[in-house]
Design a protein around this ligand. Structure first.
Ligand code: GDP
Ligand code: IMO
Ligand code: MG
Length: 419
């Protein structure tokens, strides 16, 4: 058996939560391989909405196991709250949640450091303020504390040293605020009662036993630390290759890669966005698509679908099948545009990459006719209006990857399978 992957192909919020929940009926195990509570994955089942930050999106499907992998960064307070709200909704969590002992902990100082770094106008990336960057900095710097360390006889002194380091750095930034860690320490006690595992053994053994596994990404390709619009990115690798290091499997164990994208584009936070619309059409997409951050509530920036960016993301992830989300959001538009090429300011053709990231490219658009029809109740591909089918075919042709799922609403069943 191999591990299939759900990879976000844009700047996050593509609809990973909905799709993982939908596909979880076919998998035994859902495993998160990177990121932390910067993620906000929305699932709507029979009108009930769940927004998950730390817990994988297989939790809303009875019988499915959920793994928080080794490359995830974990905030014990957020995890505890999330478990409680799921339990309050009648979902059995504890027997179905496994946490890697190697996952790094987000410490109280990390959040403060994130906030301080974001206050510096020149260093602002518009982070989610969850402490993600500083936690990954400490991981790479080998200063981090991991879930497994909670049981180390010297944990207290290890934690005291980490806090002291953070106080020194914060002082360097002129911040001498008291770090209140009482809620954090309390949440550790709850974390210790969860099922902690060496997830690399758990995952590899499960594969040997013939179990089906889906790896759930957070963020998206254009926020990848190496291949995204650096420095306006998150602090982890978000592409499919990160599944290997994020769960402890060999590249030979990667199965199908499913690439998920919205029928248009959004971005939350700072950084270049070549097809951004700062006009009434952009406002319409934001309104119709409820484009407000699931984690921070910030309005998402909106724009046309960018096929250069999509091709780039398909290349990096090795996408086998595409899933297109939120096509229903464009129901009212007379005209739908797609960026098909870039020209650099000196007039030559350009690829998506550093030029686009420095906003030195002018997108060229193809214009297609809008469908002007409500799509939410459609369940069969053949019932889609011809203009919507043209939109799907246009993308498939340019990117040269088939679109297998077309999502026409946030609910599980508002989905068209396209063979
Ligand atoms: P994620 O971070 O990739 O899981 O995506 P988010 O949950 O942050 O954002 C996606 C938003 O779009 C959520 O509010 C979903 O409920 C919603 N959504 C997902 N698929 C569709 C769809 O096909 N149509 C509409 N209208 N909304 C959708
Ligand atoms: P999901 O999993 C959209 C963005 C932030 C900011 C940048 C760095 O829901 O798709 P960070 O807090 O990670 O240091 O912020 O990345 N960002 C996201 N944008 N969806 C997300 O997650 C994101 N996680 C981080 O807005 O621009
Ligand atoms: Mg999200």
């Amino acid at each position: 058996m191999k591990v299939d992957v759900i990879a976000g192909l844009q700047w996050g919020d593509e609809g990973k939560g909905k799709i993982v929940d939908l596909l979880s009926s076919k998998y035994d195990i859902i495993a998160r391989f990177q990121g932390g509570p910067n993620a906000g994955h929305t699932i709507i089942v029979n009108g009930t909405k769940y927004v998950l930050h730390q817990i994988p999106s297989g939790m809303t499907r009875e019988g499915v196991m959920n793994v928080i992998g080794n490359s995830v960064v974990l905030d014990p307070i957020i995890l505890q709250k999330e478990i409680k709200s799921l339990e309050d909704a009648g979902i059995e969590v504890r027997s179905r949640l496994l946490v890697s002992r190697r996952a790094n902990l987000i410490l109280p100082g990390h959040r403060l450091l994130d906030a301080i770094q974001e206050k510096d106008a020149s260093g602002k990336v518009g982070s989610t303020l969850k402490g993600i960057g500083p936690t990954y900095q400490d991981k790479i710097g080998r200063f981090g504390l991991r879930v497994g360390d909670l049981f180390h006889p010297d944990f207290k002194s290890m934690y005291a040293r980490a806090m002291e380091r953070h106080r020194c750095i914060l002082k360097g930034f002129g911040c001498t605020d008291h770090i209140d860690d009482s809620a954090w320490l309390e949440a550790l006690e709850s974390l210790k009662t969860l099922q902690l595992v060496d997830s690399e053994y758990y995952i590899n053994n499960a594969l040997k036993e013939g179990k089906t596994i889906l790896a759930e990404g957070a963020q998206g390709t254009l926020l990848d630390i190496d291949f995204g619009s650096y420095p306006y990115v998150t602090s982890s690798n978000t592409i499919s290759a990160a599944v290997c290091t994020g769960l402890g499997i060999s590249p030979k164990k990667i199965g199908k890669v499913f690439g998920i994208f919205k029928a248009y584009a959004t971005r939350v936070g700072e950084g270049p966005f070549p097809t951004e619309l700062n006009d009434a059409t952009g406002e319409n997409l934001r309104k119709q698509g409820h484009e407000f951050g699931s984690t921070t509530g910030r309005p998402r920036r909106t724009g046309w679908l960018d096929l250069k960016a999509l091709e780039y993301a398909c290349m990096l992830n090795g996408v086998d099948e595409l899933f297109m989300m939120k096509i229903d959001v464009m129901n009212e538009l007379d005209e739908v545009k797609i960026a098909t090429a870039y020209t650099s300011k000196d007039g030559s053709n350009a690829e998506f990459g550093d030029l686009a990231f420095r906003a030195e490219v002018i997108p060229e658009y193809a214009s297609l006719k809008g469908w002007k029809k409500e799509l939410n109740s459609i369940r069969e591909y053949n019932d889609l209006p011809i203009e919507a089918k043209d939109y799907v075919s246009y993308i498939e042709k340019q990117v040269n990857v088939p679109i297998r799922i077309i999502s026409v609403g946030p609910e599980r069943n508002e989905t068209i399978f396209h063979s």
